[in-house]
Design a protein around this ligand. Structure first.
Ligand SMILES: NC(=O)c1ccc[n+]([C@@H]2O[C@H](COP(=O)([O-])OP(=O)(O)OC[C@H]3O[C@@H](n4cnc5c(N)ncnc54)[C@H](O)[C@@H]3O)[C@@H](O)[C@H]2O)c1
Ligand SMILES: [Zn+2]
Length: 360
């Protein structure tokens, strides 16, 4: 294997940036991202102690408490306070070092602090690498719902240092894999085959596995890159990235967030395939294939029976992703062939929810 990082370019309405995927990128951040001015690292209480030290000569390190419950405006205020205390100005660059929660908050701080400063994404969770760090969406949650306040803000660079994945808890790794599977289903049949057969662990010192994971992550990023390039402000095609998410968000919400996002997405992918087959868009075999790959990657394939279909259906209606009052689903014709529709009736959705419910 080569120790070279893989590099992809993302173009957006006001420029372009590179996404780098490789080992040991953090110590070379300035050089790889081409930054000269002061750096303010924003990280969380899990990731900071492990990796903030790998970023040399930061002007300040701002550590926020870990967890989605802290992705809110009050935390943004503490980031502003610490940036001001460090005399951080518009010549500086914010470095988001952590999972998607840190990336969304540091990006939102970068979009708004002094009307905008540069920022670099250094995702350390698999989910943040393949999904959250690319595409320029930033923001926080409100008590009324997730991601209700935010801004589009493009990073200067994205550095996915895969060596950081060695400390990611296994259930978080699995959750990220749900989004990798989603990306494979949206646009990369070959990636799906690799997920179905490949060895996807990250064993310290095993260079061949590191290189497998590196190219797998790069392939997953590429799917997102191609979609966001086509539709940077989510006015059309970008909605396909919500494959599995109409069901998944409902599962998360009705479970009181006891089910993590990636797990909800996993169940949602099964439901999307079930609904697609029920409506005659794809063969029933596709659902079984998706279930097999999810199970292989330690993800659930059934909605727990304590989440009633009627409650899930109601929760779908409160999702901000619905279009003009109608529920919107991403359906599959085949692997690599998905489409968005708002023409699915309640009966069909409820039948799918019954069908993918855990019968045990
Ligand atoms: N902006 C976007 O386009 C976009 C897309 C998808 C998701 N998101 C957001 O991303 C968030 C979810 O991201 P996430 O799954 O990364 O959650 P997260 O940031 O909460 O990280 C998950 C957990 O893993 C820990 N962690 C992260 N990297 C680690 C490492 N290398 N070693 C040890 N522990 C580590 C974190 O501290 C946290 O406890 C949600 O808020 C979601 O809304 C945003
Ligand atoms: Zn998601």
């Amino acid at each position: 294997m080569s120790n070279e990082e893989l590099r992809m370019q993302v173009t957006h309405p006001t420029g372009q940036y590179d996404v780098l995927v490789g080992a040991n990128l953090l110590p070379r951040l300035r050089q790889l991202a081409g930054i000269n001015g002061p750096l303010a690292v924003v990280t969380d209480s899990n990731v900071g102690p492990l990796y903030a030290g790998r970023i040399k000569d930061a002007a300040c390190v701002i550590t926020v408490p870990a967890g989605e419950q802290h992705k809110r405006l009050a935390t943004i205020q503490t980031i502003y306070d610490e940036l001001l205390a460090a005399n951080f100005d518009r010549k500086g660059t914010i470095v988001a070092l952590g999972g998607g929660v840190v990336g969304d908050m540091a990006g939102f701080a970068a979009a708004t602090y002094m009307r905008g400063v540069s920022f670099v994404q250094c995702p350390t969770s698999l989910l943040a690498m393949v999904d959250a760090s690319v595409g320029g969406k930033t923001g926080v949650d409100l008590p009324q719902g997730k991601n209700l306040v935010g801004a589009f803000r493009q990073p200067t660079a994205v550095l996915a240092d895969i060596t950081t994945l060695q400390t990611l808890p296994p259930e978080e790794f699995a959750a990220g894999m749900a989004e990798v599977i989603k990306h494979a289903l949206i646009a990369n049949p070959e990636l799906l085959r690799r997920l179905e057969t490949g060895d996807l662990r990250l064993t310290p010192g095993d260079q061949s596995l590191i290189s497998d994971l590196q190219s797998l992550i790069a392939d997953a990023i590429q799917v997102k890159r191609n979609v966001v390039q086509e539709d940077p402000f989510e006015q059309g095609r970008r909605a396909v990235l919500n494959l599995g998410h109409t069901f998944g968000h409902a599962v998360e919400q009705v479970s009181g967030y006891a089910i993590r996002h990636g797990e909800g997405v996993a169940m949602g992918l099964v439901a999307a395939a079930n609904l697609s087959a029920q409506l005659g868009y794809c063969s029933p075999g596709l659902q079984r294939r998706i279930e097999a790959v999810l199970a292989r990657l330690n993800l659930p394939t059934r909605i727990p029976s304590n989440l009633p279909p009627a409650a899930l259906y109601r929760a779908m209606g409160s999702d901000k992703k619905k279009a003009a009052g109608k529920l919107r689903f991403v359906l599959l014709r085949d692997v690599g062939d998905v489409f968005v529709t708002d023409a699915v009736g309640e009966t069909a959705v409820l039948a799918t929810l019954e069908d993918v419910m855990d019968s045990a």
